[in-house]
Write a new protein. Sequence first.
Length: 465
Amino acid sequence: MLKAIFQKISAGSRKKIRRRAEIEFELAKQKLINEALGIETWDILITSEEPVNPTTPVSWSQEFRYALGFSDENDFPDMLGSWSGRLHPDDKVKTLTELSFHITDHSGKTPFDVEYRLMLKTGEYRRYHAFGTTLRNSRGHARKMTIAQVDISAKRQLERMIVDNRDIIEKKNKALNIQRNLVTSLLTGSKDILDKTLIRNMKLIGKFLRADRVQIWRNDIVDANMLFILSHEWVSDYGKQLANIPDCKTLSYDDVPDWEDKLKRGKNINGAVEDLLPHEKSFLSRFQVNSLAVLPLFSNDGFWGFMRIDNCRDEVTFSELEIVDLTQLGQLMAFIIVLSEDYGEIFTERANKMELAHRYKSILDAIPTPISVTDAGMALTFINSAFESLIGKEREKLYGKQCSTLGFEICGTSNCAVVCSRRFVNKTSFKKDGKSYKVDVSQLKDLSGETVGFVEVIQDITDLK
């Protein structure tokens, strides 16, 4: 029975690399979502009775530093004063007071939820909404606080425009609904669902903008030529009726040489075709476009492609606020396209793998005998509940660490179970807290017969002596 279970564990060990890739994907996905939603985070490390002072240590995320225009700890040190010193004078006292009340309230009932203005490196002030949660010890004393902030400057500017421009508010709400739809699909969807969600939300964009085409184009290099390739497209009923529209799925920046340089620099194209340069008008004439918006999209590798919105009936120029919203939506759609292509298998198989892993873990946890698994390099990859009780440490904190950190008397000696196994001795023993233990050790093999890890089973033999 145990041998069969160990063979299953061996299969899990062989898939360790893929599991780590899945975890890295989840972290990368969360980071992308945070970036797409404009969320920046940082941690306050509370080590003194006066936590709200300029020298309090802080762990800033790079996204937070970059958002303010800084690069690293040299120009934005890991101290609270780096942030508090940039608060607007009218907001500083209130913000720091609320921060202090939250940290020092041992009941944990005082929230930290504030708005403030913060000065960027350029001297410009931006308005932020910040909220936080705090890790406390058994007496309620704060140990670590995590704060997330969102730039709401555009939101507050939008609210000031409500009375004068109801149409903008309606479009903003629709854009936010589309954004929520996209994020939800990113968290829960398969590749097919993601593709359908993209088209459905491109249709919503086209409808509320009264546009005739919404397209996502991605860049590719073929024979040293920079091309843009149609990835996803929605076309209105009117657009479908237009005659003699070429079925162009791949185009070259050589046809519109200004576009590549302009879009790389983050500039957009927005307005009537009639106002563009002659070669641009010539290029666009085949598509019967009266006006358009071309918005650059970026990935971690740089200039990724662009979103294009065509109007074939009217001449429309979008406002700066509309361009910001549309660019955010386009950027989020580009993230989803990249993720759905690179991690399609993980999306579809993830639930089954998690269920299988949970099943194996439950079986091993039900066994009252301490069991541990290490990889070929002697790093701990699994510990069951009985082993966790034996050593009195949380297993999650031990995974990835060398098994010698367990501190048994045989660790680091020739009697170590792994060392014994390598010289084909499958038993060893040790004493702990006045008790005697026997260790049975087996090697885990992959399909090719290579040793990929070790399984150790510990038995209390005190009463047998």
